[in-house]
Design a binder for this molecule. Structure first.
Ligand code: ROI
Length: 162
């Protein structure tokens, strides 16, 4: 199954956090990181009183079920020092979001697919557009359309770093 992961960090050397997480994603059992985007610097969404974020998106090929993959993502967040339950919209050392898992659509308290806020976030859509412009986000249109729409609206700044 092809899955897409959104990565974000704004604490404790964010660039190093994202680079370490990209390596960790490739080491998940039964999983291979086939591509990842450049790193992007983005203005914080949520509380403005926090540092800028570094964001990226990775494409994985995985034999794991969606919930198994989610558990692996949470384990990587924990290992990289994430304090959960801190501030919902506040700063974090590492955030790994399961954005897409094939064409799966589901909604539960544990996991919603596609990620419910994917289509409105430039810091997700721009890196996703870089590596997979032509894929469909189930129920929402192509990444190309979503990224173009997001770009026209006055959204948060998000610029490519590397
Ligand atoms: N803002 C940006 N720019 N990037 C993120 O990854 C990010 N993650 C979050 C919140 C706090 C919503 N803001 C963000 O979880």
């Amino acid at each position: 199954m092809r899955a897409y992961i959104g990565l974000g960090s704004n604490l404790a050397d964010p660039i190093a956090q994202i680079q370490a997480a990209l390596i960790a994603l490739d080491q998940i059992p039964g999983t291979h990181c086939v591509r990842h985007s450049s790193l992007y610097r983005s203005a914080p969404l949520g509380s403005k009183d926090q540092p800028a974020y570094v964001n990226a998106v990775a494409a994985l090929d995985t034999g794991l079920a969606a919930l198994e993959l989610l558990a692996e993502l949470q384990a990587i967040e924990q290992r990289q020092g994430r304090v959960r339950g801190a501030e919902r919209w506040g700063p974090r050392t590492l955030d790994l979001d399961l954005l897409l898992y094939g064409d799966t659509r589901c909604e539960s308290e544990i996991l919603s697919l596609p990620h419910p806020r994917l289509h409105e976030r430039s810091f997700v859509l721009y890196p996703l557009y870089e590596i997979a412009p032509d894929i469909e986000v189930p129920g929402q249109g192509s990444v190309r359309e979503l990224a173009e729409r997001c770009c026209k609206q006055d959204t948060l700044s998000c610029e490519r770093l590397t």
